[in-house]
Design a binder for this molecule. Structure first.
Ligand SMILES: NC(=O)c1ccc[n+]([C@@H]2O[C@H](COP(=O)([O-])OP(=O)(O)OC[C@H]3O[C@@H](n4cnc5c(N)ncnc54)[C@H](O)[C@@H]3O)[C@@H](O)[C@H]2O)c1
Length: 342
């Protein structure tokens, strides 16, 4: 018998294997079961790859866990305390619903759901459940963004005048990303990180104005958005760009530039990770960040919340749902070429 929390992971793509790696290093957790509908991913003869160094490092070889070809069978395993849902976005809602019906704690990959309607239903189900539910919005836990949020909220460099976030990569490929009905295109799948951070850090915008174009997923795969906060003149100027239409071989980068009254913060993650602070009259400073990726701090937080017996943090879960409302407004803005209220 063990007192460890027993986790089952559904979906062994780039994210499932990233989570697998992280759980294997947490002493309070035991990976009891894994599920994937592709036999070779289950038995470890094939393996998904990530797009950032440090992702998808987990492997199933040597893992003593019960294996299922269907994630629903894993949910029916009475021995499991936590279900970690890493299947494609269009399947998030049905798996969250089934896991909560069986009394499991749930970590569900981002975005919370494929549509705002489904995301709202997840929030309702979580409200009626004793179990802990977390949306894996990893940027909320990524050290550079944690630093940025604190800088904005404490006014340590004065008021934040502008924030621009960017994330660019070539097309990830594969069945899930090639079908916008499943993944929601780069608009929902990639750009959601920045939209969510903006919502989490600055609150729900009053309106958005977006432009974008269709790419290889068949949906919007390159998007540029201005987030409008109505207190014009005093509000932060906020914009973001997300794309996976870069030519093959371009790689992946994510960045932000935040301009404050008394400083400019500039972050870039490509092959390396740098956060720089520029202040008038001072030598530019490289800020030392806590080592590690957002995924591990996010999963650590999730496990700590369960261990401490806390209820679901509904504010965070609701924000993850509202992020999808903003994404849907961005899509409407692209379609109509108009400012769309949230
Ligand atoms: N947080 C991040 O930075 C980040 C990065 C990449 C992907 N994601 C998210 O993670 C999710 C998965 O993305 P991915 O790149 O790992 O996708 P993927 O397609 O590589 O992996 C999904 C896996 O789920 C399996 N699967 C599908 N239906 C199943 C079922 N019924 N039972 C068991 N297994 C099933 C598939 O066989 C596949 O191996 C998506 O929602 C995506 O948006 C998040």
């Amino acid at each position: 018998m063990t007192n460890k929390l027993k986790v089952g992971i559904i979906g062994l793509g780039s994210m499932g294997t990233t989570h697998l790696d992280i759980y294997s290093k947490i002493k309070e957790v035991e990976i009891t079961a894994i599920a994937d509908s592709i036999q070779s991913r289950l038995d470890g003869t094939t393996k998904a790859e990530g797009n950032i160094s440090g992702q998808a490092e987990g492997g199933v070889t040597g893992l003593s866990a019960t294996k299922y070809l269907d994630g629903m069978d894993l949910i029916n395993n009475a021995d499991i305390d936590i279900v970690d849902i890493c299947v494609g976005t269009d399947l998030h809602f049905v798996f969250v619903e089934a896991a909560l019906a069986k009394g499991k704690h749930v970590l569900v990959e981002k975005p919370l759901a494929r549509t705002y309607d489904e995301a709202k239903k997840i929030v309702q189900l979580a409200e009626g459940s004793e179990c802990y539910v977390m949306s894996a919005m990893c940027l909320r836990y990524w050290p550079a963004w944690v630093y940025l949020k604190e800088a904005i909220q404490t006014n340590q460099f004065g008021k934040c005048l502008s924030l621009n976030c960017k994330r660019q990569t070539s097309f990830p490929g594969g069945a899930f990303y090639s079908d916008h009905h499943q993944c929601g295109g780069a608009l929902l799948d990639l750009h959601v990180h920045d939209t969510d951070f903006i919502n989490y850090c600055l609150g729900l915008p009053d309106a958005v104005f977006s432009q974008g174009y269709v790419g290889p997923s068949g949906g919007i795969d390159h998007i540029v958005t201005n987030y409008i906060y109505k207190k014009s003149g005093s509000s932060t100027l906020v914009s973001s760009e997300g794309t996976w239409t870069m030519q093959e071989g371009y790689g992946f980068n994510m960045s932000f530039t935040a301009n404050f009254e008394n400083g400019t913060l500039s972050y870039l993650l490509d092959d390396d990770e740098t956060l720089k602070l520029f202040r008038a009259g001072e030598v530019p400073e490289s800020i030392k960040l806590k080592e590690g990726m957002g995924y591990e701090f996010e999963i650590r937080t999730f496990i700590d919340e369960i261990l401490s017996g806390n209820k679901t943090n509904f504010e965070l879960l609701k924000q993850a749902a509202e992020t999808i409302k903003i994404i849907e407004a961005e899509k409407k803005s692209i379609d109509t070429c108009k400012v769309v209220s949230i």
